[in-house]
Write a protein that binds this ligand. Structure first.
Ligand code: ATP
Ligand code: MG
Length: 363
C-alpha cells in the first residue's frame, strides 16, 4: 500500500468550492487504485485562518504542511474592502502565501497555458491565430525578485511619502530556475524563450548572462531572447511560436494571467510550485471574491493542479493523464461553467456539477 499525506489549504473566496471538487476527484482516483491511499489533512490558511486564529498561516497549518508529502492549496485573499480589516502583515498574500513559498523554497512555478484545438472556441483569439491549439509552459521564478526583495516606506526630507522595493536575485537563484527552463525545453520542443527586460533592468542583464553561460550545457536547446513587453503582444498575436517560456517572478505573474486571458478564462490555469523537498499545487488565479459562494467558479484550475500533483509529486503519470482526459471530455461534450459556456448551444453547469461529471468520466 502506497500512502500519501496531502495538506489541503482550501483558503478564501472560491477556494473551498473548488477544493471540494479536488477532494471528490482524489477520492475517485483512490477508488480506482486499491493500493494507493490519500490521507487528506485540511488546515486553515489565508484570511479564514486569520479570523479564526489571528494568524493567516498558523503554526498548526505549518505543522500539517511540514508532515505532508504534497500540499494542495485553493485560493486566498479578500476583496479590497474586507482585506483592510486585516493588519498589513497578516494579509493573506503577505502573511500566508509568500511565507509558504519561502518555507519550502518553491522556486519553480510551472504554469501550463494549454487549450487543445477542439476547445479553441473558449479562446477570445481567432481560430486562424490559434491554429492547432495553444500549448505553452510558463516557468516562473517564485521566491525572488521584487516580491521578496527589501521593502521600505517613509517620508523624505521634503515631507513626501516614498516607497522603495528592491528587485533582488543572486546568481544561484537565477541559475536554478533557468536550469528548470532548459530541462523542460529538452523534454518538450527544445526551444526556450527567455523573457527579460535587459534594455532597462540590470537584473535582466545578469539573468541573460547566466542564460549564455548555461546554454552550452544544453546544446540541443535553441534559446530565443525576447523582451517581456514584446512577449505580451506576441502571446496574443502568435501564441503558437512559444513552447517553454522562462522568466522572473513578476513577469511570470503578469504573463501567466495573460495566458489565462488567451485561453478564455483564469479558470483554465492550474499550476505546480516546486521546491527541492516539497511542492505545492494551486490554481494560478486568485480567490475571485466577485463570484465566491455562488457555486459558479470553474474548478478546472484546481482539478488540473491535482493532476499536476499526481504526476509530479506521486509519479502517477497515467492517472494524471486520465484526469486531464476526463476534464477534456466533459468540455468536449459542450459543458462549461459560466466563464466558458457562452452561446445558445452551451450546456451551462455549476462548480459541483463539473466535479461530478469529471468523477463520472474517471470511473
Ligand atoms: P490574485 O492577485 O490573487 O491573483 P486577481 O486580482 O488576479 O487575484 P482573481 O481572483 O484571479 O483576481 O480574479 C480575476 C477575475 O477572474 C475575476 O473576475 C474572477 O471572477 C475571475 N476568475 C478567477 N478564477 C476563476 C474561476 N476559477 N472561475 C471563473 N472565474 C474566475
Ligand atoms: Mg492574479
Amino acid at each position: 500500500m502506497q500512502s500519501y499525506k496531502i495538506a489541503l489549504l482550501a483558503g478564501d473566496g472560491i477556494g473551498p468550492e473548488v477544493m471540494k471538487q479536488a477532494v471528490k476527484v482524489l477520492k475517485a482516483v483512490e477508488a480506482r487504485n486499491p493500493d494507493v491511499n490519500f490521507e487528506l489533512n485540511p488546515a486553515l490558511f489565508g484570511a479564514v485562518a486569520y479570523f479564526e486564529t489571528g494568524k493567516s498561516f498558523p503554526q498548526e497549518t505549518k505543522d500539517i504542511c511540514d508532515q505532508a508529502d504534497a500540499i494542495l492549496k485553493g485560493t486566498i485573499g479578500l476583496n479590497h474592502e474586507d482585506s483592510q480589516k486585516i493588519p498589513v502583515d497578516e494579509q493573506p498574500e503577505r502573511g500566508a502565501l509568500l511565507p509558504l513559498r519561502r518555507r519550502y523554497n518553491t522556486y519553480a512555478n510551472f504554469r501550463p497555458v494549454y487549450l487543445p484545438k477542439e476547445l479553441s472556441h473558449f479562446s477570445p483569439l481567432k481560430a486562424e491565430i490559434i491554429g492547432d491549439g495553444i500549448d505553452i509552459m510558463i516557468i516562473r521564478e517564485l521566491v525572488g525578485g521584487l516580491y521578496f526583495g527589501h521593502k521600505e516606506t517613509g517620508v523624505d526630507e521634503q515631507g513626501r511619502r516614498f516607497v522603495r522595493e528592491v528587485l533582488e536575485y543572486d546568481e544561484d537563484q537565477i541559475r536554478n530556475i533557468l536550469k528548470v527552463g532548459f530541462e523542460t525545453a529538452q523534454k518538450r520542443k527544445k526551444v526556450l524563450h527567455n523573457i527579460h527586460k535587459s534594455n532597462v533592468l540590470k537584473s535582466s542583464v545578469l539573468w541573460n548572462t547566466i542564460v549564455d553561460e548555461l546554454a552550452p550545457s544544453y546544446p540541443d536547446v535553441e534559446v530565443k531572447h525576447i523582451l517581456v513587453d514584446a512577449a505580451a503582444t506576441l502571446l496574443c498575436l502568435n501564441p503558437g511560436q512559444f513552447d517553454v517560456m522562462v522568466m522572473e517572478n513578476m513577469f511570470g505573474d503578469i504573463l501567466s494571467d495573460q495566458g489565462g486571458g488567451i485561453l478564455g478564462s483564469l479558470g483554465l490555469m492550474p499550476s505546480a510550485c516546486v521546491g527541492p523537498e516539497k511542492s505545492y499545487y494551486e490554481p494560478s488565479h486568485g480567490s475571485a471574491p466577485d463570484i465566491a459562494g455562488k457555486n459558479i467558479a470553474n474548478p478546472y484550475s484546481m482539478i488540473g493542479s491535482v493532476a499536476l500533483m499526481l504526476e509530479m509529486s506521486f509519479g502517477m503519470e497515467s492517472e494524471s493523464k486520465h484526469l486531464w482526459n476526463a476534464m477534456k471530455s466533459v468540455f468536449a461534450q459542450g459543458y462549461g461553467t459560466p466563464d466558458l459556456a457562452k452561446g445558445d448551444d452551451a450546456k451551462l453547469i455549476d462548480t459541483d456539477k463539473f466535479g461530478d461529471l469529471v468523477v463520472a468520466e474517471l470511473n
